[in-house]
Each structure stands twice: as structure tokens, then as C-alpha cells.
Design a protein around this ligand. Structure first.
Ligand SMILES: C[S@@+](CC[C@H](N)C(=O)[O-])C[C@H]1O[C@@H](n2cnc3c(N)ncnc32)[C@H](O)[C@@H]1O
Length: 217
């Protein structure tokens, strides 16, 4: 099956490839961003829906092995662990400086999400919040996330909607995807796939910027 055709037919064309120079550029950019606590905070209010949907989706968390892909300073991983002491949570990120801010108790692994340094089927749950958009090769990153998920494991992705492209300032490598194209891609590797628009707060209607995609392998 030609996955590139499935995924790329409706996507904004991108001429970039994740060569060593671009990897360095992305890493450096996020290393610098690590000192910007206003735009890249270390904590998140657990009542925010982006956190709540993960807590609900992975429940019961118990001692599950969870991987936060592109974890930044680990603000989501922090809440998941605080609310589930037995969970085995790992944060993965391209930026060592971001990882330095991840709180104790959470595993830290650096690298790029298109080459995840984990064995097949090694996690019960994998999630990526506002990080897949930086993968450059989105398709390969999804393939990798699904590879390291065990059969029956769950994957959640929270990211921005391609139809809203232009609404925010973005670096040259960033790419947003549509609801359907990511659903189609996930369906190649997972049995159950769905998505929904998401807002920050329970009493706010989604404004179309964010979706959450859920998949079960
Ligand atoms: C916008 S931040 C989001 C951080 C975190 N998920 C959160 O919501 O707080 C994007 C993160 O993805 C990481 N990242 C970008 N490209 C990456 C790649 N190719 N592989 C792994 N991590 C990457 C960045 O270093 C950064 O920490």
C-alpha cells in the first residue's frame, strides 16, 4: 500500500527533508525556547480539557507504560504521574534543555520522533501534544509511534487543524494536518480511530484550532 499517497494527497506540499542541518535547527530552536517559560510552560492546569482527555482516554492508568512524544518540559507527563503514582511515564524530546526541566520520577530520553529508540510494542499508551506538527515527516513519526505501541495499546494526538493554517506564526518546518488525513493515516496501523474538535475549557465551544485524535492498535 502506498501510504505516502494516502496521506499526502490533500496535504500542503512540503519541500523540507529532515536532514542533519534541519535537525540541528529544530533542536537549537527548542533549546532556546526552553528558557521561555511564558510560551513553553513547565506546568499545566489539570482542569484544561487537553489534559482531561488524556487522563480519560488512558484510564485506568494503574502502572501502565506511557510515552510522551515531544514532551517539552513534561507538563502533561507531570499531571499523569501526579494523578497515577504507579504509572511508568517516559518523556521523549529532541531538546536536552527541555528534558532538563522534566520533573523527577519521569524517564527522559532524547532523540527525534521519526526514529524512536524503543523496541516494538514497548508502551501501553503513547501521546503527542503539539509536537507531531514539528516532526517534518509526519507519516514516519506516526509509523514509529504505532510501532512502539503494544497491540491493544492506545495513542492520542493533540494538534492543530490544517484548515486553520495561518492563524498563528509558525517556524518553516511546522506542518498542520487535517482531521481526515491523520485519521486515514492512523487507520493504516490501528483498529479503532476517531477524532474530535477540542477546546481548552469545558464551558467553551471548540473554535476549530485543535483536534484530538484517538487510536487503538
Ligand atoms: C510546542 S512544544 C510542546 C511540548 C509539550 N508536548 C507540551 O505540550 O508542553 C513541541 C516539543 O516538541 C519537541 N520536538 C520538536 N521536534 C521534535 C522531533 N523531531 N522529535 C522529538 N521532539 C521534537 C520540541 O523540542 C518541543 O519540546
Amino acid at each position: 500500500m502506498n501510504l505516502s499517497r494516502i496521506f499526502r494527497r490533500s496535504v500542503r506540499p512540503v519541500a523540507l527533508s529532515l536532514d542533519p542541518q534541519l535537525r540541528r535547527e529544530i533542536r537549537q530552536s527548542f533549546d532556546e525556547a526552553a528558557s521561555d517559560e511564558e510560551h513553553f510552560p513547565s506546568t499545566i492546569d489539570p482542569r484544561i480539557l487537553h489534559v482531561q482527555v488524556l487522563l480519560r482516554f488512558f484510564a485506568p492508568i494503574g502502572n501502565k507504560r506511557l510515552l510522551d512524544v515531544g514532551c517539552g518540559k513534561g507538563r502533561y507527563a507531570r499531571v499523569l504521574l501526579e494523578q497515577n503514582n504507579a504509572a511508568r511515564v517516559t518523556g521523549f524530546d529532541i531538546s536536552e534543555r527541555m528534558l532538563n526541566c522534566v520533573p523527577p520520577g519521569i524517564g527522559k530520553v532524547s532523540g527525534i520522533m521519526t526514529e524512536l529508540p524503543f523496541a516494538d510494542s514497548s508502551f501501553d499508551g503513547v501521546y503527542a501534544t503539539e509536537s507531531l506538527e514539528h516532526a517534518v515527516d509526519i507519516e514516519l513519526a506516526v509509523v514509529e509511534m504505532c510501532r512502539i505501541l503494544r497491540p491493544g495499546g492506545k495513542l492520542a494526538i493533540i494538534d492543530k487543524n490544517a484548515e486553520q493554517w495561518g492563524r498563528l506564526k509558525t517556524p518553516a518546518w511546522e506542518r498542520w494536518f487535517s482531521r481526515r488525513e491523520l485519521e486515514n493515516l492512523l487507520s493504516c496501523y490501528c483498529r479503532i480511530v476517531r477524532s474530535e474538535p477540542i477546546s481548552y475549557w469545558d464551558d467553551e465551544k471548540p473554535d476549530g484550532l485543535f483536534f484530538v485524535w484517538y487510536a487503538e492498535k
